[in-house]
Design a protein around this ligand. Structure first.
Ligand SMILES: [Zn+2]
Ligand SMILES: [Zn+2]
Length: 724
């Protein structure tokens, strides 16, 4: 008896597809994968449902070519989660599954876990074993299930010949075992926690087994990670799994190591630095319940768990949790939804919580846990604002800052200089004819990168050779203005020629492990100057940094983006938190061209919490997010005006329905031309979530059928983090 199978395919169409199967109904379950013909291609799809009849007549349906799984490979919970994501973000279902699955599984790989040879004790040796052999035997005594050669090698170096000898004597025996992460054999002693930390842990554990959301608001260096680890300990002991989300860049290694050295648990990592094969294995270990703790970036939020107990989102304010193309989901929102469905607690941690999260605390939807003291008795740094020099050949550094750097280096300490722009200088111009190096594809300036002798557009990636003379008038002297990491690096190298200057930005860390290696060098603790972009602001513990300097911090104060001030307050608080984290006390100097701006007084005197409170009040008054419910339609096209025309038609469609939702626009994007395309947007604001989604649901199909919609690109963004 054949049946009809409804399948989700990775394609931009907002629908599922019916196929015929020769297999009987009982051989199919939702959550299986199948190979099907689609046009001239062969695709892999996910089974959504098995149906007795199709709306399309049976003779028009194509046949499924192959069933990949013998049973459902996606748990029901994940199936429902992905379907919710598709509805909530108004994104094609097939592409949502695509985003939720590891690459290898998406491409049809078997969902069996990799195995590995494990060595376990068999019998007591007759002959006295050699020294290394004895060490191996001692260790295996603690691991009745055995250990892999890889795990033994980490501990003892090359063990091949010892293992062969022991195996020949039948002292140990080999067996195939699911490949688990290499265990950490030397666990650190638990650190002593202060009262605030203990109370936070107790409050979370009191909500075990039910949905409850927490904001763990701890100042920088207050030991949030220790709180996470102690909470995890309890869940791991109860055989419950914990999913930990961390932001995108650089952080993983240090964070994972802290967990590995504190907990006797199987900890898997899911992020872009992990190979496809390891990622698949990590996902499968999580699904099988064998991974106790899953640590990963944004897309790890979709990882299945057999015995879920808790979710943690570290640095919850971080913008990398929001995907800005394709399926524009926010991992924090998806995690909250998931925690609610699974009926488990969720902890959001940050030193600088987002206004969204603070708003939820205000509405009493999240419990607030506070850590107000630095762990280990470290003190908060002394923060001072200094006026920037405005001299002609300014290298970006004021004399006050340079003298301070000198002082700290003399004490053999490290200095961190933060500047949020990579490259050498953001402006290149000719004084004879006023020519400026602009990007031909964007409404933006080209940035000088002296190391590579090139001009880069940071918006579209356009690269040009650095011109030696003016392309307009031929004048031989071109001047660069403004500062970037390269210019600061060059200036510091000239001033402090015997001190290493490490530049840490996207350009200097492109090679694999470059960042990890630099962090290693920094942790050796000699005097050094670190110059970097926001990669340096995120969660690192550099114990020998005693001075943090912030260069050129002002731009955000004059941005048209209403979120810029929030971002600046978070960034400055995070960066200044990098000083004095060890036993040495710290100092922070913020160099500003606008030291009188009220923002600085508010932030430095009253702190992040106070400034966030003010910003939130302002947003509520002005009816901006997190107040209300928002969506943005965006369009872009190579032809000027096409995007605006398309969105005008979208606005007209939306206005056909009587609805309390406000339609604002369309307007051109702030940077209208980018990568050769003209961009525009249309905003929707609603006092309630349901009306907003209803209105989109009613019209999205018609929008996708507009003639202009096929000429340009368009998208819809729910709960957008960018409105300009
Ligand atoms: Zn010129
Ligand atoms: Zn460009």
């Amino acid at each position: 008896m054949s049946c009809i199978v409804e399948i989700a395919l990775a394609c931009p169409l907002r629908q599922t597809f019916d196929y015929l199967s020769d297999e009987p109904v009982e051989h199919w379950q939702p959550g299986m994968r199948a190979v099907i013909p689609f046009g001239s291609r062969q695709l892999i799809g996910i089974v959504i449902a098995i149906k007795p009849v199709s709306e399309i007549s049976t003779d028009k349906l194509k046949k499924i070519e192959q069933q990949i799984d013998k049973q459902s490979f996606l748990p029901v919970e994940i199936m429902q989660l992905v379907q919710w994501v598709s509805r909530y973000y108004h994104h094609p279902i097939g592409e949502c599954f695509q985003a939720a699955l590891p690459k290898k599984l998406r491409l049809g790989d078997s969902d069996e876990m990799q195995t590995e040879t494990y060595w376990a004790l068999q019998q007591i040796p007759v002959n006295k074993p050699g020294k290394k052999q004895q060490q191996i035997l001692d260790l295996l005594e603690d691991y009745p299930e055995g250990l892999s050669e890889k795990a033994l090698r980490v501990q003892f170096g090359n063990v091949k010949s010892s293992l062969t000898t022991l195996a020949q004597q039948n002292v140990i025996t080999a067996r195939e075992h699911v490949a688990l992460p290499v265990p950490c054999l030397e666990l650190q002693q638990t650190v002593s926690l202060n009262n605030e930390q203990k109370q936070s842990i107790e409050k979370v554990l009191a909500e075990k087994g039910q949905f409850s959301s927490f904001l763990l608001h701890g100042i920088t260096g207050s030991g949030k990670t220790e709180v996470y680890i102690e909470i995890c300990r309890e869940f791991v002991e109860n055989q419950q799994q914990v999913l930990v989300l961390i932001p995108e860049i650089g952080l993983t290694t240090q964070f994972v190591e802290r967990f590995r050295h504190s907990l006797a648990a199987n900890i898997v990592v899911i992020n872009s630095s992990v190979s496809d094969a390891d990622r698949k294995q990590a996902w499968l270990l999580a699904r099988s319940g064998k991974a106790d703790i899953i640590i990963g970036t944004r897309s790890a939020v979709f990882t299945p768990m057999l015995n879920p107990g808790l979710m943690i989102i570290d640095e919850e304010h971080d913008s990398s949790y929001k995907q800005q193309d394709g399926l524009r989901y926010h991992a924090r929102n998806v995690a909250l939804m998931r925690a609610k469905t699974l009926n488990i607690p969720i902890v959001l941690g940050s030193a600088t919580p987002s206004l969204e999260t603070l708003y939820q605390v205000k509405l009493k939807r999240y419990q607030l846990l506070k850590l107000t003291k630095r762990a280990g008795g470290a003190t908060l740094p002394n923060v001072k604002l200094i006026a920037a020099n405005k001299t002609a050949d300014n290298n970006g550094l004021s004399s006050v800052l340079i003298n301070s750097i000198k002082k700290h280096l003399q004490q053999n300490h490290q200095v961190l200089l933060f500047i949020n722009r990579r490259g050498f200088a953001p402006v290149l111009m000719c004084h004879e004819c006023n020519w400026q190096a602009n990007c031909r594809s964007c409404d933006a300036k080209m940035v000088v990168h002296q190391h590579q002798n090139r001009l880069f557009c940071h918006h579209c990636g356009l690269i040009q050779t650095l011109p030696k003379k003016c392309p307009e008038c031929g004048h031989s002297e071109l001047k660069s203005y403004g500062v970037g990491t390269e210019k600061i690096e060059q200036a510091l190298t000239a001033i402090f020629n015997d001190i290493p200057v490490l530049r840490i930005d996207r350009d200097s860390t492109q090679r694999v492990n470059a960042f990890t290696n630099m962090v290693k060098q920094i942790n050796q603790g000699q005097a050094a100057i670190l110059v970097g972009t926001q990669m340096l602001a995120k969660g690192h513990d550099f114990h020998d940094v005693t001075l943090v300097g912030v260069v050129d911090a002002d731009q955000a104060l004059f941005s048209a983006d209403f979120r810029a001030t929030e971002g600046l307050a978070q960034l400055i608080t995070q960066v200044t938190g990098r000083a004095g984290r060890g036993k040495k006390s710290g100092e922070v100097l913020i160099q500003s061209e606008q030291p009188e701006h009220p923002f600085w007084k508010n932030l430095l005197q009253d702190g992040y919490e106070a400034i966030a409170e003010n910003l939130l009040k302002e947003r509520i008054q002005m009816e901006l997010p997190p107040h209300g419910f928002w969506a943005v339609w965006r369009a872009e096209a190579q032809e000027a005006d096409l995007a605006m025309q398309l969105l005008q038609q979208v606005a007209e469609l939306l206005q056909q329905t009587a609805s309390p939702v406000m339609i604002l626009g369309p307007v051109p994007a702030l940077m209208e031309k980018r990568a050769g395309r003209y961009r525009a947007q249309l905003l929707m604001r609603s006092a309630d979530r349901a009306s907003l989604h209803q209105l989109i649901d009613q019209h999205i199909e018609a929008v996708s059928k507009l003639k202009l919609a096929r000429k340009g690109r368009w998208s819809i963004d729910i709960d957008p983090t960018e409105l300009i």
